[in-house]
Design a protein around this ligand. Structure first.
Ligand code: ASP
Ligand code: MG
Length: 406
């Protein structure tokens, strides 16, 4: 009798070299020995994905997205095969599969495909035979048999989606840190490990720059209520549980501070202030697949106004190209870019019921002589765009002033 099914995902740093792959194999085997069924999702070894992207760009600066997926999916294929071999060496039965082989069917949006469905029969068959099933993360296949990938960090999504489809008893995400922290401990050594955090907070943190998990995977986890245990592959400590609702003492207003240095700011100057202009600019950007983040438009006194927005660095060139073309067509002025920006954010469900949180954030930045260039808020977060050179300082100050330090 099986004790239950666990889906375990191991990130790139957990399988970065031979010793680490063997470490993962031992860990997986331990669970098997205890009587669990296991589906193991693995990312590409170390920085393989980044290296493959670099390699592609040496060949062609604008590689076809279909071919990118073909290329990047090989990273995870290496990992699953090696992990299977390492597990065999320990005397356990394991079998590896690509995303296509286990029927992870996606739409055709190459490099950011969405999962349409998963045909789980094959996995179930193998589990029935007592085998550990190892699945290549981050990839799927279209109905046309084209290989797709699920966006950077997509192995998390593979793990969450499989947990849901297989009704797993547990979904464990193994990484190189032992949980979710109140902020990046490399920036603020006084950061604390969070025991439990809600899907909403984690989603917000992931989209605001916390590197630990892919935002889309949290979206899916929330939608299907898949509880996630984020923990370290190098220790047996309990990590952080990501769940629907957390019981906390009332006075927790801010749960975490995040930093994102991966955005750039684009400003389109002297835009005619009349209906339909924003629709045109952002419509075109959307059509070319550029994800726009923060948007600020000033009030105009002259029938012309500036519009600024942020995009991820990887989309900057595309965004500039599109914005310049639209700008010209609508009779706007110059298009400016600023790559030296950072976004600092505070996140917490507690701020829904506490007034004055934004004011306090601005005060803290002001006390540190940090100028705020853009502001955006959601239900449970407040973000400021500031100059990059102040980023770490801002994080430490906010972490301290909102009482998160050890
Ligand atoms: N290897 C892919 C990436 O680096 C997917 C993942 O790690 O989850 O984005
Ligand atoms: Mg990775």
């Amino acid at each position: 009798m099986s004790k239950g099914l666990i889906v375990q995902k191991f990130g790139g740093s957990s399988v970065a070299n031979v010793e680490r792959i063997q470490n993962v194999a031992r860990r997986v085997a331990d669970y098997k020995r205890k009587g669990y069924d296991l589906v193991v999702v693995v990312s590409a070894l170390g920085d393989t994905t980044d290296e493959l992207i670099e390699l592609a760009h040496k060949i062609n600066t604008e590689p076809s997205e279909r071919e990118m997926d073909m290329l990047l999916s090989t990273g995870e294929q290496i990992s699953v095969a090696l992990l299977a071999m390492a597990i065999h060496k320990l005397g356990f039965e394991a079998i590896s599969f690509t995303g296509a082989q286990v029927g992870i069917i996606t739409d055709t949006a190459h490099t950011r495909a969405r999962i349409i469905r998963i045909n789980t029969e094959k996995i179930k068959e193998e589990l029935k035979k007592g085998r550990i099933v190892i699945v290549a993360g981050f990839q799927g296949v279209t109905l046309n048999q084209d290989i797709t990938t699920l966006g950077r960090g997509g192995s998390d999504l593979t793990a969450v989606a499989l947990s849901k489809e297989l009704c797993a008893d547990e979904c464990e995400i193994y990484t190189d840190v032992d949980g979710i922290y109140t902020t990046d401990p490399r920036i603020e050594p006084k950061a604390r490990k969070i025991k439990e955090i809600t899907f909403d907070e984690m989603l917000e943190m992931a989209s605001l720059g916390a590197q630990v998990m892919q935002a889309r995977s949290i979206e899916v986890a929330k939608k299907f209520n898949v509880a996630i245990h984020v923990r370290s592959s190098f220790s047996t400590n309990r990590g952080t549980m990501i769940i629907q609702e957390v019981k906390r003492m009332e006075n927790v207003v801010v749960s975490a501070v995040t930093l994102n240095k991966n955005e750039s700011k684009v400003t389109i100057c002297d835009v005619p202030d009349k209906p339909g202009i924003a629709a045109k600019i952002f419509g075109q950007l959307a059509e070319s697949g550029v994800n726009v983040d923060m948007i600020v438009q000033n009030v105009s006194h002259t029938r012309h106004t500036d519009i600024s927005f942020t995009v991820s660095k990887s989309d900057l060139n595309k965004a500039l190209k599109v914005t310049r073309a639209v700008g010209k067509a609508i009779g706007a002025g110059e298009v400016l870019q600023d790559e030296d920006i950072a976004r600092v954010s505070i996140v917490g469900v507690g701020m829904k019921s506490h007034p004055g949180v934004a004011a306090k954030m601005f005060q803290v930045l002001a006390q540190n002589k940090i100028n705020i260039e853009m502001i955006s808020t959601s239900d449970i977060s407040i973000s400021c765009i500031i100059q990059k050179k102040f980023a770490e300082n801002a994080v430490r100050a906010l972490h301290d002033k909102f009482g998160l330090a050890k």
